[in-house]
Design a protein around this ligand. Structure first.
Ligand code: BYC
Ligand code: FE
Ligand code: FE
Length: 471
């Protein structure tokens, strides 16, 4: 397996030209992808040069190449991590057997469903972010948005490659469907909840890349353990790109927080909004919203789907290697479930609790990020703490979905919830205010009023760097 990318119409390291049928099928899908990109991808900026990172090899040391590219010319391609000879299935009922290079017949439907669900999120996010370029707070941010967008497009390619290669005609049909559904569309929505939510401004974009892309990290990590080797290898490479998406979110919010603190100190009565910033309580509300929408993406706390996918060796745990035992037939997981309006502790059979196990890892990771934001607030000398709400708060999937909880996790009546909702989640007024701030700032080195400058440039570029050439 070569790690250098071929120079075909479709860049790849899977020796695509050796399989003419597959190559033709993907070359037939390529113009449909481009049509989708032009229709549903970033509005505007398609003829401008953007300073983008492109994969040129899958080797950790040198895959990222920076240069000006027009987005439609981005080299979307198919990159799998090199095959590890002798790899065996790491968990579940088939633990220890050689990994599969073809789809086992009895696992076909389950596997296709996982790949389609993963694939569907990628174009969905591009659709959600379609209009954000029009209101970018700086050229630096504009470029980061487009970097995320082209890479999510490439993640779609990664899943379409698997569908075309291993699932025959129904795989090709699913690949068409991936370009047919639309985020937020009433008749043909995207599959998972959060991917139909509007991302109408940059505060939501940064929360999305902080919290929703981080779900991507954990789901990809679980799939990168898969006994279906092509899925494992493709997910491992996708994870290298994911890191930048979460960087955009975490540092984006960190800069909004920093600016809020600066303005709080400037205004005589500490009124951040009076000076055109986004105040910390508003940031907390958007955090509550996107964090909880993202918690839902892990599925129900108790899930037979999760148990089946683990048993089948298709979806493992995050860093499966660090666990001592990989069949988990006799273990249980302590969970807080709701019985007669009260929270009670219960032991749940481990395999059915695996969505919750992955969500718990995710929550720890989110908490580390929020702690870094709080460090910024402390360094600014401001007395305020951002916090993750309880995993029971504002849920629409799983055992807490039909009840109401405060951000602290206390069960409350619907009436109490309705009375306090405006303190916990963004209101129409908050949304209108944040949107009113979204005026494009497109001069090199300049920043919008509501966000601090980044600590450093992309790929070591100076502050004044022209990340997007507008003329
Ligand atoms: N919204 O057994 P349950 C990313 C459905 S993000 C709507 O509790 P399961 C990215 C579920 O489908 C990562 N429906 O859950 C980020 C099932 O439906 P059926 C994406 C939901 O199946 C940013 C029913 O409820 N990757 O890459 O164990 C930008 C009962 O489900 C939701 C993946 O998701 C929801 N939130 O787990 C770009 C990995 N949750 O069977 C990209 C692949 C559950 O009754 N997917 N349902 O019709 C999976 O592993 C699983 O499908 C899930 C759900 C973890 C999503
Ligand atoms: Fe992705
Ligand atoms: Fe991502």
């Amino acid at each position: 397996m070569s790690t250098v990318l071929s120079d075909d119409k479709i860049p790849n390291n899977v020796n695509l030209s050796s399989d003419r049928r597959l190559q033709r099928a993907l070359e037939a899908w390529q113009p449909k992808f481009l049509d989708w990109w032009m229709e549903m991808g970033p509005a505007g900026f398609q003829v401008q040069d953007v300073y983008l990172r492109t994969a040129v090899s899958v080797e950790a040391s040198g895959w990222a190449h920076f240069d000006y590219v027009k987005m439609p010319d981005y080299r979307w391609g198919i990159f799998l991590e090199p095959k590890q000879e002798g790899r065996t299935i790491g968990f579940g009922d088939y633990q220890g057997q050689p990994v599969w290079d073809e789809v086992p017949g009895e696992l076909r439907n389950m596997l296709r469903r996982l790949i389609v669900t993963q694939g569907d999120t990628e174009p969905a996010s591009v659709e959600q972010q379609r209009l954000l370029g029009q209101t970018a707070p700086s050229l630096y941010d504009l470029r980061n948005l487009f970097q995320v967008n082209v890479e999510e497009g490439r993640h779609l390619w990664a899943m379409v490659y698997l569908l075309h290669t291993y699932f025959g005609r129904d795989g090709r049909e699913e690949a068409e469907e991936l370009l047919g559904r639309r985020s937020g569309d009433r008749d043909r929505p995207r599959i998972l909840g959060a991917f139909n939510e509007p991302t109408t401004h940059w505060l939501s974009f940064f929360m999305f890349t902080m919290f929703t892309d981080r779900d991507g990290k954990y789901q990809l990590s679980a799939l990168s353990e898969s006994g279906f080797d092509p899925l494992a290898r493709t997910c491992r490479f996708m994870l290298t790109e994911e890191a930048h998406h979460m960087f955009v979110g975490e540092t984006g919010i960190q800069r909004v927080v920093k600016r809020a603190c600066e303005l709080m100190k400037q205004d005589p009565s500490g009124d951040v909004r009076a000076l055109g910033g986004i105040d910390l309580p508003t940031i907390q509300k958007y955090l509550n919203l996107w964090y909880t929408l993202s918690l839902d993406l892990f599925g129900g706390e108790i899930s037979s789907n999760a148990a089946d996918a683990f048993a089948a060796g298709l979806k493992g745990r995050h860093k499966e290697d660090k666990y001592e035992e990989h069949k988990v037939l006799d273990q249980s997981y302590p969970m807080e479930v709701l019985e007669d309006g009260k929270i009670v502790a219960k032991d749940i059979a481990m395999r059915t609790a695996l969505n919750e196990v992955l969500r718990a890892e995710y929550i720890k990771d989110c908490a580390r990020g929020v702690e870094r934001w709080n460090k910024t607030i402390r360094e600014e000398g401001v007395d305020f703490t951002l916090a993750l709400p309880s995993n029971r708060f504002h849920r629409h999937i799983g055992i807490y979905a039909d009840s109401h909880f405060t951000p602290g996790g206390e069960p409350v009546s619907r009436a109490v919830w309705e009375a306090h909702r405006h303190e916990w989640l963004p209101t129409d007024e908050d949304e209108a205010y944040v949107k009113s701030l979204m005026q494009p700032v497109l001069e090199p080195g300049k920043m919008a009023s509501w966000i601090a400058a980044p600590a450093k440039g992309i790929n070591g570029q100076p502050e004044q760097f022209e990340y997007v050439r507008l003329v």
